[in-house]
Design a protein around this ligand. Structure first.
Ligand SMILES: [Mg+2]
Length: 331
């Protein structure tokens, strides 16, 4: 049953998690956690998202807490290390937080930085980790992307380049340019009305999928099956989730029939402290399972009262939007 708003927030906590490094322009990650009959769920759309977009995230949190995960086909999920747009000299210390990682995702195309800095950062990561992918978050033009991908692959291979440009049409052009680098679509799937459009247009070899914006684990499994029909594998990634949201990402990845690439679910290390003490990655893989937040940590990490009110009000508006929609998993 779909919960009433009172049921939804009866055990809700709003948290403010300090981060070790600035990521996505923020240094504190706020999240609302809910508890239902199946466990905990997370509602943490980025603050700039409007209510329509944010309501998908609430649906994902409600699915986790009221329905629980779909059946798992594996017990552990390989995950990548994440390297923000830091100076190359800071890379070795950062990678200490990802022991055993065999894949790293490196942020590139950061505003105010040069291609030389991207190349230096990627090459430094290559000294420690065999598989490297880059994420430009749509920051390059077509010409810049082609130049950059050629420069970055001069000294080694790339597993893929994630969202080198912003638009679907640009991704198609970069992919057609023959740089030899696979193109992965992230924003073009996550924030699109039609997540398959970029694939039909020929703009992606790989699809990055995330549980919260797609509205849940079951939605990820369903979209992945559609993408498989186009021969496009998925990489399940996090949206800077707490350990609770991450467990839903891991459960979605665990439910997929094939998983050829490491998933982007290893971002918990970016928090100074997470909501639960979960096991570290073993041989670059995280184990799949429910997460129970530590009550002491929930208290320590509680957001200030004004932020708690803001999140509860946002959840109320999003809950109302969901109430007016057809929700097939909740009939
Ligand atoms: Mg991305």
């Amino acid at each position: 049953m779909f919960p009433s708003f009172d049921d939804l927030i009866s055990d809700a906590v709003v948290l403010a998690l300090p981060m070790r490094v600035r990521f996505r322009g923020i240094t504190t990650r706020e999240a609302l956690l809910v508890r239902g009959p199946a466990g905990w769920g997370e509602f943490a759309p980025f603050v700039e998202y409007d209510d329509d977009e944010a309501s998908q995230w609430l649906l994902a949190g409600i699915e986790a807490a009221w329905l629980g995960p779909p059946p798992a086909l594996r017990h552990a999920v390989p995950v990548n290390a994440t390297v923000p747009a830091i100076d190359a000299s800071a890379v070795p210390q950062l990678l200490e937080r990802f022991p055993g990682a065999r894949t790293a995702k490196v942020k590139v195309a950061e505003k105010g930085q040069s291609l030389a800095q991207d190349v230096a950062r990627v090459n430094e990561v290559r000294r420690h980790i065999p598989n490297v992918r880059v994420d430009a978050n749509g920051g390059w033009s077509v010409d810049e992307a082609i130049t950059a991908l050629r420069a970055i692959t001069e000294d080694g291979e790339l597993e893929y380049a994630e969202q080198p440009c912003a638009s679907v049409e640009e991704l198609v052009s970069v992919r057609a340019a023959g740089t030899g680098v696979r193109i992965a679509a992230d924003e073009s799937i996550r924030r699109a009305e039609d997540p398959l459009r970029v694939v039909r247009a020929g703009g992606a070899d790989v699809a990055v999928v995330k549980v919260p914006p797609l509205g849940g684990m079951r939605a990820v499994v369903a979209l992945s099956a559609q993408l498989a029909d186009y021969g496009v594998p998925v990489v399940v990634s996090s949206a800077l989730d707490t350990a609770v949201g991450m467990s839903a990402g891991l459960a979605a990845a665990a439910a997929l029939p094939t998983l050829p690439f490491a998933c982007g679910l290893g971002t918990g290390g970016l928090f100074v402290r997470d909501v639960a003490v979960t096991g570290a990655a073993v041989d670059g893989a995280l184990s799949v399972g429910a997460v129970e937040p530590d009550p002491v940590l929930l208290e320590t990490l509680a957001a200030p009262a004004d932020r708690r009110d803001w999140w509860l009000e946002r959840a109320r508006r999003c809950h109302r939007i969901l109430g007016s929609r057809d929700l097939p998993n909740f009939v």
